[in-house]
Design a binder for this molecule. Structure first.
Ligand SMILES: Cc1cc2nc3c(=O)[nH]c(=O)nc-3n(C[C@H](O)[C@H](O)[C@H](O)COP(=O)(O)OP(=O)(O)OC[C@H]3O[C@@H](n4cnc5c(N)ncnc54)[C@H](O)[C@@H]3O)c2cc1C
Length: 495
């Protein structure tokens, strides 16, 4: 009997989710239940599972339970995920590691994992970590059933540089409280990865997955199948690393100063690949550090990808109400409640938001970008979500619709960053109270004039046909008209 999970592995990176901690003797494999971290290399969960298998003298198998719906994910993200997994399958086959996809309704993922553990006589099951409620329900189900079989379930945090349960033992107030904790531990965890060893045993790799069939099994009652799949992000690790190379060559030098300007587009664009674990952020952090240049850009990139991203995981891990107003801080809940009946100058329906039919050309342009390209510039995301708060009849509605639109259209949606990003904008997550005003209460306010001071709004709006026209139809003015009016007023004042 081995006490868990295998001797060379950093024990702080995993947790035991079963009572049973002993790897089962006389079994036929170790099963990696792949969830969030959909890659072979640079994946601590894969390495842990491979390590246990090696010590036990059994092969490693990988299972991906392909859930037929997930929150508000549309066919856009499912297609991205499936195509990324196609590359995972190829990589695993080159290592003689069997990969199995089991299609399962969202409520039956747990059963699919337990069935696979039984069928393949697993010595242990290893999974990665995603702090969302549905995934926790699956883990509870699997843990309970595996205990009955005397098979341990190990969970490895393979998504964060510093494992979420190590970085902090509580919900953090914000980046300023998590940052010093991460900084203290960061160099201990930011290490190069070992390569995944091949299975040396004879393994039946079975036929290749029929991905068309898998995608065809999506639950059309829950998954919007009408959303298109633009080619803005090519799925898979190879494409991700090519895009990252381009970022390092062309954009990183400007990242520290210009990442908040939507017209300059110097963000990395890595979020969809990171969201589906097609690349681990640790790989990106290691690679930018190796460049040995653009130190301000590197520091800013690591601040976003390590501190901010890991703060999102911290929030969802320690707060199961991450997607509800009850998950907000007391001051924010009170203030939003107090202002929930304030008169709104504009209100829109969900459909009007979705179709970018507001009076605001900038908001419409951002929404059109989201719908057409599956992404929205990071700075505009804040403005976009805050305006949903301003133009809906209640904060709860704003939170729901903001999350719905983000998760349906954004390639990187349905993840802790999305819940925290919308939560920050609508209910002050990780923020502080600001000057009280109508509708927003003490939630930080953003407006069109503030954007105007940061970048040329018309330069952005004109890239998205329909944005200005829709604004005019809804009784608004375009950025050009506002500018003309502004300079006329200025001239009159100076006369
Ligand atoms: C309303 C709203 C919704 C958001 N929804 C999502 C979402 O669904 N998925 C998502 O990954 N991010 C989300 N964010 C956070 C942030 O806007 C995006 O991560 C970022 O814009 C992605 O672009 P990029 O990969 O080019 O980022 P870069 O600026 O190149 O940053 C590198 C990586 O750091 C991480 N990161 C960057 N900014 C943040 C941040 N503020 N918080 C946490 N992590 C960050 C991401 O993993 C990103 O890929 C949201 C923010 C807001 C305000």
């Amino acid at each position: 009997m081995t006490t868990a999970p295998f001797s060379e592995f950093d024990s702080s990176r995993y947790r035991l989710l079963t009572e049973t901690g002993d790897v089962k003797d006389g079994a036929a494999c170790v099963l990696y239940w792949m969830g969030r971290d959909q890659r072979v290399e640079d994946n601590y969960a894969m390495l842990a599972a491979r390590g246990i298998a090696k010590e036990q003298g059994v092969p490693l198998r990988v299972l991906f339970p392909f859930y037929t719906s997930f929150n508000d994910m549309s066919v856009r993200q499912f297609t991205f995920m499936a195509k990324g997994l196609e590359e995972v399958e190829r990589d695993l086959r080159s290592l003689n590691i069997p990969f199995e996809v089991k299609v399962a309704a969202v409520g039956e993922v747990g059963e699919a994992v337990v069935d696979a553990a039984k069928e393949h006589k697993a010595a242990a099951v290893v999974t990665d970590h995603m702090p969302l409620r549905i995934v926790r329900e699956w883990e509870e189900k699997v843990g309970g059933e595996l205990d009955g079989l005397d098979v341990p379930l190990f969970q490895v945090d393979a998504a964060n540089v510093v494992p979420v349960w190590v970085a902090s033992d509580k919900k953090e107030v914000g980046a300023r409280t998590l940052r010093p904790k991460i900084n203290k531990l960061y160099s201990r965890y930011l290490k190069e990865f070992d390569a995944v060893e091949k299975n040396t045993e004879k393994c039946d790799l079975g036929p290749l997955t029929n991905w068309e069939e898998v995608l065809g099994s999506l639950d059309a009652k829950k998954v919007d199948m009408d959303v298109n799949v633009p080619n803005t992000f090519v799925p898979g690790k190879t494409a991700a690393m090519a895009a990252f190379q381009d970022f390092c060559d062309e954009k990183l030098k400007k990242y520290a100063d210009n990442r908040n300007d939507p017209n300059l587009d110097v963000q990395s664009g890595m979020a969809p690949w990171v969201r589906f674990g097609q690349v681990g952020f640790q790989r990106l952090a290691l690679d930018v550090k190796k460049l040995g240049k653009y130190s301000d850009g590197v520091a800013a990139f690591i601040e976003e990808g390590v501190v901010r991203r890991e703060l999102s995981d911290n929030f969802c891990f320690y707060n199961s109400n991450y997607d509800s107003l009850t998950g907000a801080a007391g001051w924010a809940q009170e203030s939003l409640q107090l202002h929930s009946t304030d008169a709104r100058e504009y209100t829109y329906t969900k459909e009007q938001f979705e179709k970018a039919l507001t009076h605001d050309d900038l908001w419409n342009a951002a929404q059109i970008q989201l719908v057409n390209e599956g992404k929205m510039h990071g700075f505009l995301r804040m403005y976009w979500a805050k305006k949903i708060l301003e133009w809906t009849t209640s904060p709860a509605q704003a939170l729901e619709w903001g999350l719905y639109l983000n998760d349906k259209f954004s390639f990187d949606g349905s993840c802790p960053n999305g819940y925290v990003g919308v939560g920050w904008s609508v209910m002050g997550v990780h923020d502080m109270g600001w000057k009280e005003r109508d509708v927003f209460g003490k939630i930080r306010f953003m407006n069109y004039n503030g954007c105007k001071r940061k970048f040329d709004i018309w330069d952005f709006v004109r890239k998205y046909p329909g944005a200005a026209e829709n604004a005019l139809k809804a009784g608004g003015e375009t950025a050009v008209q506002k500018k003309a009016k502004g300079s006329k007023n200025k001239k009159q004042k100076t006369r």
